[in-house]
Design a protein around this ligand. Structure first.
Ligand code: PHB
Length: 397
């Protein structure tokens, strides 16, 4: 691992650095000192902009899990360093470098935006820093660019959208169009929807797009009536999703709106009646009846004063993964072989139900079909059971 020297007191470094006998004698004490140091966890997340609430919920849930474990994971105190990435891809490499080099974090948890994730990925592929992706779904990170030190606790953009495509076709819809922001998450979710919808015999027209994070939806909505589609699929999230759903309802279009579940996730209160009846597919939903979910929703609400959502769940599971890995190596993050072995074999009770790490280090999970009703995304079925991303091009032994 290429981590900055100052951050890591590794066994190898100690033995190589001085007379072998002296090092051996000094080892237990210095080793104990290294282990006694807090483990630095960098959170690179959006705390401003259209995805600000997503970053906040991820952070709150991470802090919740750490508090549940008494402030220590694998015996190590945890020190959190936060950085607002503003969902700006152009600043991402520099921001990630700041955490990895200047702040010398041992672990990086980030981020939400797929474009920003690419910036993080370049940096951590080089530094070898253990990285857990708590949202961003860009497929490359766990397909062709997969890396042994990068794990995802969330989804790929393909997963929920593919489930939605299957479900929309099953409902009897025949012709659709995908409306989205023009960036990786929009394009990859559009491709997933198309694959699922076509598998069920439907046809998908070329996507209607606008640049991220713009919200000038009217020119796109104006094109829909003449397309002859009987359902419209969509990827938007956060503040942008609130506005899109309201404007879609106000436009009075005949075709029902559906999408990756982010469209109505954590947004229903703000969307109000405009969201009523919208069907979406996601790896989480309201009313999932398992003990972990009940306990999680209660403690999250007590801490945050608002309801948990998929972002909170993914943050909690990022911290659950980190806990599992650190427990396997008793806090010795330099024991990479055993750390990665434990993470690759991870099976967790998540508030979303049982989940497992896939061979390309993404989550295998159910994708639920939900309908927005009375301020809840009610689970009405399973769109795709135990769905793994294909992980195409990833070669991790
Ligand atoms: C992404 O950019 O990958 C992304 C952002 C927000 C979401 C989902 C995916 O809710």
């Amino acid at each position: 691992m290429k981590r900055p020297v100052a951050t890591t007191l590794s066994r190898r470094g100690l033995i190589g650095g001085g007379a072998a006998a002296a090092a051996a004698a000094a080892l237990p004490t210095r080793w104990a000192i290294a282990q006694a140091k807090p483990l630095k966890v960098g959170l690179m997340l959006p705390y401003s902009g259209t995805f600000a609430k997503l970053g906040e919920n991820i952070t709150t849930a991470i802090e919740l899990l750490i508090a549940e474990k008494g402030g220590k994971l694998g015996g190590r105190e945890i020190q959190i360093v936060k950085l607002d990435d503003e969902s700006k891809p152009e600043n991402a490499p520099q921001n990630a470098e700041r955490l990895v080099k200047r702040d010398a974090v041992d672990v990086l948890i980030g981020t939400v935006h797929s474009g920003v994730q690419m910036g993080i990925h370049k940096v951590v592929q080089d530094s070898g820093t253990l990285t857990i992706v708590p949202n961003a779904g860009n497929v490359a990170v766990t397909r062709q660019l997969c890396a042994k030190n990068v794990f995802r606790s969330s989804f790929t953009n393909w997963q929920p959208a593919y489930g939605m495509g299957l479900a929309a076709a099953k409902k009897g819809h025949k012709k659709s169009v995908w409306v989205t922001w023009d960036y990786a998450a929009g394009a990859e979710s559009g491709a997933g929807f198309k694959e699922g919808f076509e598998k069920g015999g439907g046809e998908v027209l070329p996507s209607l797009t606008l640049p991220f994070p713009q919200t000038n939806f009217q020119p796109l909505l104006a094109q829909i009536p003449s397309l002859g589609v009987d359902v419209v699929g969509s990827f938007f999230a956060g503040g942008g999703a609130v506005q899109f759903v309201k404007e879609y309802a106000a436009a009075g279009l005949k075709a029902p709106l559906c999408g990756s579940g982010f469209l109505t996730e954590g947004t229903l209160e703000a969307q109000g009646a405009a969201a009523e009846g919208i069907e979406t597919a996601l790896h989480y939903g309201d009313g999932l009846d398992n003990a972990k979910n009940a306990a999680f929703r209660k403690t999250f609400k007590d801490k945050a004063g608002r309801d948990a959502d998929v972002y909170a769940v993914q943050g909690y599971d990022a911290a659950q993964l980190l806990a599992l890995g650190l427990e396997a190596v008793k806090g010795n993050i330099d024991d990479e072989a055993n750390l990665y072995k434990a993470l690759r074999a991870a099976k967790l009770e998540s508030p979303r139900g049982p989940i497992a790490m896939s061979p390309s280090q993404n989550i295998t999970q159910n994708v639920y079909l939900r309908r927005a009703e009375g301020g809840q995304n009610k689970v009405i079925g399973i769109a795709a059971e135990n769905l793994a991303d294909p992980g195409t091009g990833c070669k991790l032994a």
